[in-house]
Each structure stands twice: as C-alpha cells, then as structure tokens.
Write a new protein. Sequence first.
Length: 139
Amino acid sequence: MSGSEVVVTLPFNQHVGLSVAADGAVQMPDDPRLTNHVGTRHAGALFTLGEAASGAALLDALGPKLAELSFIVRTARIDYLKPARGVLVGKSVVDGAAALARVDEEGKADLDVPVELVDGAGVVVARLVVTWVLRRARS
C-alpha cells in the first residue's frame, strides 16, 4: 500500500475528503465546505493537504523501516502563493536515506519534507516544508 493510500484513510483526512489522485499523489476535492470568506480554498484546508502529502512521501521513503520507527510532525511552514480553487494535489518526494542513517546512529533524526500544492492548471498555489521527527520505535 502506498503512503497516499494510507494517509487518506486517517479519520481527519477522510473528513475533508482527501483521496488518491491518478498519479498517486494526495488530492483534495473542489468542495464549497473547504472555502473561505472570499471563495477560495481555506488556509487550514491547504495546510491539511500539505501535511497529508508530506506524510505520504515520508511513508513511501521509510519503506521497510516503517515498523521500526515512530514519527510525528515537529514543525511546519506554509507559503500561500496564489488563490487556490478547484481540485488540488499535494506533491512531494523525499529521500529519507540520510535521516534513516541518523536514526540508526543516534536513535532519532529530523527530516524536512518539501511539498507543493498544485491546482488543475498546474499552478503551484502553496509550498510547505513539514519537519518530521523520526525515532526508533519503543519495544
């Protein structure tokens, strides 16, 4: 199961209607319940999509090490670039090899996961960096 397939099953992500896009990324529907007072996507909805996309990329990067680790968001920063409308997709790819090596050596590591939120026309409407802390799972 891909990271996106896992992330969209989380209760809050189901609540806002996240799904897996055709390209395997995390997708948010065009839903009027997710808009703000000016008719564009609500800032919190955009943040939710970005955090979910970062989590999906992280899960894909952890691969077979997943069962050995615990992970949670430490910090996140978002830049809202353009008004966001329509179906949106969160795109992120991460190489976790260096962070996994640090976890093996030190027991924990931070991993910055960059994300772009893209509309149906391919316009980047927001960028995030979500920092996850990875630790060896307690047995």
